[in-house]
Design a protein around this ligand. Structure first.
Ligand code: FAD
Length: 412
């Protein structure tokens, strides 16, 4: 009897352990998340009426958040200028079209929510219809998985039951911005305008000065730059930012990150090769070194593209290497994982090292105190950020900052 009881207890114990492990795996993989719709708050039509219309809004940064701030202001009929440090829009949303025969996202790539968001974020009905009929997305659900375990690569295809996200099929995040947002804001963007000083003193207009000495004036400013730029004090504020915001910015962990794209003759690799152990994967939300089939689901191409997405601590050392050293290191690692096949099958590669981009300097922030960072300062200074590290949330943040800016009456 005692023995039976012990067996039963053991069985129950094992079941509980198995359930706990499954729950952890499920919570870390995104099967359930992929289809969940993101709520897009409606814009209150009375908002622009609260704005007395005197003076433009100045937006600093033309990434997804800055572009969406401008797009929202355009919709509301409020004048604005976007100052962008680089010669192009998009920030961390960029693509390459000359590598293989389909456009490839070199920054943000996945749609980390229900793709309905691509329509819901748009304020103009005809554009929503156009996205619906023209933009095809694919469920990115890799069928073969590898992991690093006990000093070698092991195949773990069961992981396919737990992982799914969405991606664009024949287009990219960058084309989506270019087609549906940029046309409404492009005439307002000033490129190569590196903002160095924002004066938002209580009286008078705000003034924003760039590295080439030009000053732009307006009634409000929306900061839509990477948190790293604020953390490193690239931009001086007069008066200085409040202490709690400065502290929250100091505490931001800005992760290094890069992508490497390699074309091979044959597809010798699994759809996803996680170059970390299962335990590391379950323990981290920040550190990834993941190789994946870069044209998964894009059946309009027969090219073999493998992408490496590396972010956080695994990227720290490698992101400091020259492009040549970085590529040699990556190829050597792939050869180790795939018994020398990578060198044998290699055709060409491309590197996008986000840590080297002068106005971005990394991939993104983890565990930022978004409430404190995004809180407006007085009624003149507003913040649009990507504290949730996704394009659609950066877009929502830009939209929110724009609405906040014009909801606040201007102090005279
Ligand atoms: C490698 C990588 C992979 C990613 N993968 C995904 C993904 O799959 N899916 C997803 O949803 N998200 C992903 N993200 C995150 C996503 O790209 C970002 O969250 C989002 O694009 C941030 O938009 P943003 O406008 O806030 O910032 P940014 O895109 O960084 O734009 C900020 C802009 O400010 C400009 N700027 C900086 N300093 C100044 C200055 N002094 N004066 C004027 N302008 C200035 C910059 O040039 C830049 O254009 C990824 C990011 C990286 C790096």
């Amino acid at each position: 009897m005692n023995k039976l009881f012990a067996y039963l207890l053991g069985f129950l114990g094992l079941t509980v352990v198995a359930l706990v492990i499954s729950a952890i795996v499920l919570s870390r993989l995104s099967l359930a998340e992929a289809d969940r719709k993101t709520y897009v708050p409606p814009i209150d039509e009375s908002v622009p009426k609260a704005y007395n219309g005197e003076g433009q809004v100045i937006i600093v940064g033309a990434g997804a958040s800055g572009l969406f701030a401008g797009y929202t202001l355009e919709y509301l009929g409020v004048p604005f200028t976007i100052l962008e440090a680089s010669p192009t829009f998009g920030g961390r949303v960029q693509r390459m079209e000359d590598f293989v025969d389909v456009p490839i996202d070199i920054g943000a790539e996945w749609i980390h929510t229900n793709p309905q968001i691509l329509q819901d974020l748009l304020l103009i009905e005809t554009d929503q219809e156009s996205v619906k009929s023209n933009i095809e997305t694919i469920g990115f659900q890799p069928q073969s998985f590898s992991l690093w375990a006990h000093g070698r690569r092991v195949q773990r295809n069961w992981m396919r039951f737990f992982y799914k996200e969405y991606k664009f099929k024949s287009t990219t995040w960058s084309q989506w911005l270019e087609n549906y947002i940029v046309p409404y804001v492009q005439d307002h963007i000033v490129y190569n305008a590196v903002v160095q000083h924002v004066d938002y003193s209580e009286t008078g207009d705000v003034s924003v000065t760039t590295a080439d000495g030009v000053t732009y004036t307006g009634s409000k400013v929306i900061m839509a730059v990477p948190l790293k730029v604020l953390q490193d004090h690239d931009i001086q504020f007069s008066p200085a930012l409040p202490a709690d915001k400065t502290k929250a910015l100091e505490e931001v962990y800005w992760a290094p990150g890069f992508k490497v794209f390699i074309e091979f003759q044959e597809r010798f690799y699994t759809d996803m090769t996680m170059d970390i152990t299962l335990t590391q994967f379950l323990q981290t939300e920040n550190d990834y070194r993941i190789f994946f089939n870069g044209v998964f689901g894009k059946d309009q191409t027969s090219r073999n593209l493998m992408t490496l997405f590396c972010v956080g601590e695994p990227a720290r050392e490698w992101s400091r290497l020259s492009d040549k050293e970085l590529f040699e290191t990556v190829l050597a690692r792939l050869d180790q994982l795939y018994d020398g096949e990578a060198s044998k099958q290699y055709i060409q590669h491309r590197i996008q090292n986000w840590s080297n981009q002068p106005f971005i300097r990394g991939a993104y922030a983890f565990s930022a105190d978004s409430a404190t960072i995004e809180r407006p300062v007085g009624d003149k200074l507003f913040f649009a950020t990507d504290t949730e590290i996704m394009v659609h949330s950066a877009a929502l943040s830009g939209r929110r900052a724009a609405v906040e800016a014009v909801s606040n009456p201007i102090s005279s």
